[in-house]
Design a binder for this molecule. Sequence first.
Ligand SMILES: *Cc1c(COP(=O)(O)O)cnc(C)c1O
Length: 503
Amino acid sequence: MVVTTTRADTGEPLYSTFASRYFELGWCRSRNRFKMPERSIPKEAAYQIINDELMLDGNPRLNLASFVTTWMEPECDRLIISAINKNYVDMDGYPVTTELQNRCVNMISHLFNAPIGEDEIAVGVGTVGSSEAIMLAGLAFKRKWQNQRKAEGKPHDKPNIVTGANVQVCWEKFANYFDVELKEVKLREGFYVMDPVKAVEMVDENTICVAAILGSTLTGEFEDIKLLNHLLTEKNRETGWSTPIHVDAASGGFVAPFLYPDLEWDFRLPLVKSINVSGHKYGLVYAGVGWIVWRNKEDLPEELIFHINYLGSDQPTFTLNFSKGSSQIIAQYYQFIRLGFEGYRSIMENCMENAKALKEGIQATGRFEIVSGDVGVPLVTFSLRDSSRYTVFDVSESLRRFGWIVPAYTMPAGAEHMAVLRMVIREDFSRSLAERLVSDIRKVVADLDGRWARTAIVAEVKAEEKPGGVVAYRKSVRETTQQQEIDGDRRGRVDRKKTSGVC
Ligand SMILES: *Cc1c(COP(=O)(O)O)cnc(C)c1O
């Protein structure tokens, strides 16, 4: 971009030059970048500097690490830009935006089969994402349990939640921030979701809820929530407790209703009291929107809802933060009325088809084992059959050369020895991209094979040239050291990846 503007203080014109040249060369690399600059710069220069630096980010459309939406229709982009200056929390100032949010909450509640009468309004709220939604759901369960325990004159200071070890990090955050113990059912080889039998065994009188996942972050699998509901109902009957279920449907909430309408996982099961879903995952909206819906009014203690009147009329609010943008809510409403049930179903079917094609392509290489199942959210999780020469972390890193962002990580407690790669299939990942990706994976594997073969031959030749000689001895020591460095580096990377979230 050519910047033709004038320096504010000197009147000196800028012709045919990049803004980053104008703006003190090297500024962005020096420590100064952490301090606000003394002087203003022209808007074109600011734009250019930032735009240049952002070019080094990955391409979101090639980022297969994330469920989060990376493409929307241009008409919706326009709605988003025009609502960018509206504060969602100002319900009195923007009553139409508030109304759109309420319509979304009701549509989602109906989609999840909440028992809502004809003239009843659903209970729920738009959030920044599933993480905030889960904090709110967890707080409602905690408060309900505490109230019940107080009424019974029993101790109420040691609440816990039972989940699988495959839970997303937001559950660990909830437990940590709000003083609730997280009791995790360990995974085991070949079984990477919560086992409902073990989960129900772990439930005790201090359990505020069992959190089940519809669409495990790691493998996309749905947990058996129907069986969980059955077993927990029996346990509640035996013990006199009333332990409820929360469903974390962050990724699967907009997949299951369209692809598996007969699968019972939602409010059709009596113990399911609340469900969260990420609008910005298969809800098909850009990052920044999630939803939490409750079965009934009674499942959300009234005392958690604040009523404010300083922006106009009485406004109930139950969110963790106050102000935020409205665009994502409007975009969600756009997708609901634009696509309808039919549109969501065909998009999800298409994603599944593409996931299947990708899976078959990967299988055909003969090098990988597919870990994800056929039913679930559209993703492919796979591991290397032979990790003795290179690992999934090398494959992940090599794919970056072609622009692909494909994360590799180790599985959680119980299956931590297993390292996998995961590719999430979104609406904008077309069949031709899937074919490209498979061909790039083949190239990467061939390249890694070749590199290994070359190292092996060099080592052999050296050993033959000077058998037992001093030089050969030194060389082989250096080689070993290099290998150790590589191994050490790899270990470091594995340790870092363990906690680096996939989202
Ligand atoms: C993505 C995800 C979350 C977190 O959701 P955000 O919308 O990113 O906050 C929670 N649980 C599961 C199962 C997820 O896949």
